[in-house]
Unconditional design. Structure first.
Length: 57
């Protein structure tokens, strides 16, 4: 079954998710994975992943 084309909203969410993922990893390396900042980024990332899943599935 062919997949449907990706919407602009999906593309935007993927872009945000990738940026946040990179930021979380870099911050975790620099400050430690259990410090406040990477945890905050992780929570924000969770929200965007949930939004992406809600419109994609």
């Amino acid at each position: 079954m062919p997949s449907s084309p990706m919407s602009n909203e999906q593309r935007d969410l993927i872009r945000i998710i990738e940026l946040l993922r990179r930021e979380m990893i870099q911050t975790g390396i620099k400050e430690g994975l259990t410090s406040k900042k990477p945890i905050e980024i992780s929570r924000k990332l969770d929200v965007y992943i949930a939004k992406y899943q809600a419109i994609s599935f």
